[in-house]
Write a protein that binds this ligand. Structure first.
Ligand SMILES: NC(=O)c1ccc[n+]([C@@H]2O[C@H](COP(=O)([O-])OP(=O)(O)OC[C@H]3O[C@@H](n4cnc5c(N)ncnc54)[C@H](OP(=O)(O)O)[C@@H]3O)[C@@H](O)[C@H]2O)c1
Length: 249
C-alpha cells in the first residue's frame, strides 16, 4: 500500500461522492489535499472533515484558465504535486437516438478533455521530479457497456481508459505511473445530477441497495495505488461484473 503521509494530492470533484470520500480518507492518512470542483460551499464542507492541510480551489475544469489556476495555486501553496486524481465527471441517461451533439460535446468536455488537459499541465512537474501518479476515475463503463441508455457516458469512459493506456506507454521510464479506477454503481449524487437520470429514477432506485458506498470505493482506490496493473477495481462488484461480461463483447 502506498504511504500517503506528506504527499500533495489534487482531487477533482471533491465536493461530493467519491471525490469527497477520497479527500477525507487521504487527509486522514496524512496527505495534503487540494480540493477542486465548481461549488465552493461543497468543497468547504469536505475540507471541514479533513484533519490535515487543505487548499480549496473552486474551478470549472472544462475551462482552460480554471485548470491553469488550479495547478498554479497548488504549486504556490505546496511546491509540488505527487498525485493527480481526475475524478470529476458526469453521467447522461437516455437512448442514443435522443442524444444530441451538444450533449455529447458537453459530456466529453468534463469526462475526457478536463482530465486530458489537466494531466498535460501537471505532467512536466512530475517528470522533472522523476515521480508522480495520475489516477483517472473511469468506470466499469470504461471497460464494458454495462447497461443500455448510457452510450455517451460509456463512450467517454472508454476514451478515459484509452487515454490512460496510451499515456502509460508514453510515460514508461519517467517514474510517473498511470492508473484507471473502475467503480461500479456507487451511491452518490451522480444519479441526481446527471442529465436524464430523473427518467431512470425507478430503475436506479431498484439498484440502490446493491450500490457500493463512496467510502468503500474511495478506500478501495487508495488501497490499490501501488497496483502494477493499470486498471483497478475498487471493490468486488465491478471486478465480478467485468468477469461476467467481458467475454460477451
Ligand atoms: N456513482 C457511480 O455509480 C459511479 C460509477 C462509476 C464511476 N463513477 C465516476 O466517479 C466520478 C465521481 O462521481 P460521483 O459518483 O462521486 O458523482 P458526484 O457525487 O456527482 O460527484 C461529481 C463531482 O464532479 C464535480 N464536477 C462536475 N462537473 C464539473 C466541472 N465542470 N468542473 C469541476 N468539477 C465538476 C461535481 O462538483 P460541482 O458540481 O460542484 O462542480 C462533483 O463534486 C465520476 O467521474 C463518475 O463518472 C461514478
Amino acid at each position: 500500500v502506498l504511504t500517503l503521509n506528506g504527499l500533495v494530492i489534487i482531487i477533482t470533484g471533491a465536493g461530493s461522492g467519491i471525490g469527497a470520500a477520497l479527500a477525507r480518507a487521504a487527509s486522514t492518512a496524512g496527505a495534503k489535499i487540494v480540493l477542486a470542483a465548481r461549488r465552493r460551499d461543497r468543497l468547504e464542507r469536505t475540507a471541514a472533515d479533513c484533519p490535515g492541510q487543505t487548499l480549496i480551489v473552486p474551478a470549472d475544469l472544462t475551462l482552460p484558465d480554471h485548470r491553469q489556476d488550479l495547478v498554479r495555486q497548488t504549486l504556490d501553496r505546496f511546491g509540488c504535486i505527487d498525485l493527480l486524481i481526475n475524478n470529476a465527471g458526469l453521467g447522461a441517461y437516455g437512448h442514443f437516438l435522443d442524444s444530441d451533439e451538444d450533449q455529447w460535446r458537453r459530456l466529453f468536455e468534463i469526462n475526457l478533455f478536463a482530465p486530458v488537459f489537466l494531466t498535460r499541465l501537471v505532467l512536466p512537474h512530475m517528470i522533472e521530479r522523476g515521480s508522480g501518479l495520475i489516477l483517472n476515475v473511469a468506470s466499469i463503463g470504461g471497460l464494458i457497456a454495462h447497461a443500455d441508455r448510457v452510450t455517451p457516458y460509456v463512450s467517454s469512459k472508454h476514451a478515459v481508459l484509452g487515454f490512460s493506456r496510451g499515456l502509460a506507454k508514453d510515460l514508461a521510464g519517467t517514474g510517473v505511473r498511470v492508473l484507471a479506477a473502475c467503480p461500479h454503481l456507487t451511491d452518490t449524487e451522480f444519479f441526481a445530477t446527471s442529465p436524464g437520470a430523473e427518467d431512470m429514477a425507478d430503475t436506479l432506485n431498484q439498484y440502490r441497495a446493491y450500490m457500493d458506498t463512496p467510502q468503500d470505493v474511495a478506500q478501495g482506490i487508495l488501497d490499490r495505488l501501488d497496483s502494477e496493473q493499470l486498471v483497478i477495481f475498487p471493490t468486488e462488484k465491478p471486478a465480478r461484473a467485468y468477469e461476467k461480461q467481458r467475454d460477451l463483447r
